[in-house]
Each structure stands twice: as structure tokens, then as C-alpha cells.
Design a binder for this molecule. Structure first.
Ligand code: THU
Length: 126
């Protein structure tokens, strides 16, 4: 990976602070970098009706698409244990093509992945 994405990682860490996760007590923050260099952040937003909750990655994706962005270079995801995106988020992100996926945990351990590695042979009607 050519870039270090330090600003993106920092944005994901900051986004985690807004996590609304009173049921799981598992805070997640995500920061998505559009190809034109803007950063869009999101956190997980839970609901008393559990399936209604949304993940941090989908929050960030919605923010970016709402601002007219459809091409992305990378997404950084912060959580205490450094989770990779869930299956639903992988599919949601894959809608917009491949990108770097960087996960970070509370000890600062990073994983550099790609979406195509996390979701090989993704569903696509075309
Ligand atoms: N969560 C995310 O925000 N992103 C993921 O990739 C995995 C899980 C959230 C959903 C829920 O609010 C909490 O983490 C526990 O599963």
C-alpha cells in the first residue's frame, strides 16, 4: 500500500467517539476516503429493535453518497478489537468497487486489506 492513510485512521478513531451502542457496548468508527480526497465518517447507531441498527461503515457510506461521492480509495475502521467489516457492509461497499480496507485496534495494530480480498467473487448482476 503506497499511502499510510494516517489522517483517515485518525478520522475513524474520532468517529468512534460518537458511537451509539448502548446494547452491544461495542463502539465502531469508520472513515471513508473519496477519490477526490474528502473524508466521510460514520459510527454504529444501534436501536432497541436490534436489526434496525446500522454499522459504522454503512453510516460513512451513506454520508459520502449523500454528498454525491461514488468512487472511493479506502476505508479505515476503528474498534477495540480491530474488527473487519461484517458481510453486509462488505456487500454495501462493494457496490462502489474495490478499495483499501484498513482496520485498527485499541493497541494501534493495523491490518491492510482490500475489499476484493474480504469479499471475493462478489455478487453482481452485470
Ligand atoms: N458493527 C459495525 O459497526 N461494523 C462492523 O463491521 C461490525 C459490527 C457494529 C454493529 C453493532 O452496533 C456492534 O458493532 C456490535 O455488533
Amino acid at each position: 500500500m503506497a499511502e499510510s492513510f494516517n489522517d483517515l485512521i485518525e478520522a475513524a478513531i474520532i468517529a468512534t467517539k460518537n458511537s451509539y451502542s448502548p446494547y452491544s457496548h461495542f463502539s465502531v468508527g469508520a472513515a471513508l476516503l473519496s477519490r477526490d480526497g474528502k473524508i466521510y465518517t460514520g459510527c454504529n447507531v444501534e436501536s432497541v429493535s436490534f436489526p434496525v441498527g446500522i454499522c459504522a461503515e454503512q453510516s460513512a457510506l451513506a454520508a459520502a453518497v449523500n454528498d454525491g461521492k461514488r468512487k472511493f480509495t479506502a476505508i479505515a475502521i476503528y474498534s477495540d478489537s480491530g474488527v473487519t467489516p461484517c458481510g453486509k457492509c462488505r456487500q454495501a461497499l462493494a457496490e462502489f468497487g474495490d478499495m483499501w480496507v484498513i482496520t485498527i485496534d485499541s493497541k494501534g495494530v493495523k491490518k491492510d486489506l482490500t475489499l476484493s480480498k474480504l469479499l471475493p467473487d462478489a455478487f453482481n448482476k452485470i
